[in-house]
Write a new protein. Structure first.
Length: 286
């Protein structure tokens, strides 16, 4: 599966921002039909999103409106079978929301002669209720391969400011749930302050340490910082290579333990090292 260190939001229908985004060093782009698009522009933005997907197949995720909104059905009718990397379901609150999308996509795929199950669903976890139901959401459909964390809405829901200690539990839970459900590691929330790049780096580092594969961005200025944080340093790569080499040598000699720089190395350490070498993220499964 693709590895996403940085995903950049682009308002669907904003041609200027879209053109700029296409030339940035990002691992993926998210066309936004929800928060970035006002009610009067939903239909036009949807049409432009479909055109963008045709011109750039497989490069974009699309964030559709919540399953409970008046715009949801129009989004799904337009996007079922479109060449998107996946549909990001805003404000996923329960497994029932995923079931609704899965069922509707399946009907449309059969009707249109498309590969049933071919469209990925990415639940956006943005509230306390969603966080507590995260395991059920993660396992609601085989279309779900990863979870996104919406920290801004989550913070508002529990009545705190963005970031800090309030996110330790949420991030830890989503990382653990993703692993238990056999999903890819989750992708972290947008940081709304695109001017404070030092704070962004600290924010991204916490997410990485807790097992996230990457982070979303809302401004081009955030991209380089996020990619740097989620890319292993030369020292990390060197250490990972030493761990793998030492363990493989030990196995050749009939042992499952090895020593590296005065520390014991066994299978879990080797798996983490191999993950760093193969994907650049210690939380990613190989």
């Amino acid at each position: 599966m693709p590895f996403f260190r940085c995903l950049l939001f682009v308002p669907a229908g904003d041609e200027r921002k879209l053109e700029k985004a296409l030339h940035l060093e990002v691992d993926g782009l998210i066309l936004d039909l929800e928060d970035a698009v006002g009610p009067s522009r939903k239909t036009k933005a949807r049409e432009m999103a479909c055109q963008t997907l045709k011109e750039h197949p497989g490069r974009f995720f699309v964030r559709v409106n919540p399953a409970t909104s008046d715009y949801f059905l129009g989004d799904i009718l337009s996007l079922a079978g479109a060449p998107a990397a996946g549909l990001v379901l805003a404000k996923t609150e329960s497994a029932a929301h995923v079931d609704r999308v899965d069922w509707l996509l399946g009907l449309l795929e059969r009707e249109r002669g498309l590969d049933v199950g071919g469209t990925e669903i990415v639940p956006f976890i943005e509230s306390a209720r969603a966080l507590e139901d995260a395991r059920a959401i993660a396992t609601a459909s085989k279309r779900v391969r990863r979870l996104f964390f919406g920290g801004n809405d989550y913070a508002a829901d529990i009545g705190v400011e963005y970031g800090g200690g309030a996110f330790w539990y949420a991030r830890s839970r989503l990382a653990a749930v993703s692993r238990a459900a056999g999903l890819e590691p989750p992708v972290d929330t947008v940081n709304p302050d695109f001017r404070d790049l030092s704070a962004l780096a600290d924010d991204a580092a916490q997410a990485r340490v807790l097992g996230f594969q990457g982070k979303m961005a809302i401004h081009p200025a955030q991209v380089e910082v996020i990619r740097r944080v989620f890319t292993p340093t030369a020292e990390e790569v060197e250490k990972a290579q030493k761990v793998v080499a030492a363990f493989e040598a030990a196995v050749q000699n009939g042992s499952v333990l090895a020593g590296v720089d005065g520390k014991m190395v066994e299978a879990p350490h080797v798996q983490r090292a191999r993950n760093i070498l193969s994907t650049g993220n210690p939380g990613h499964k190989s």
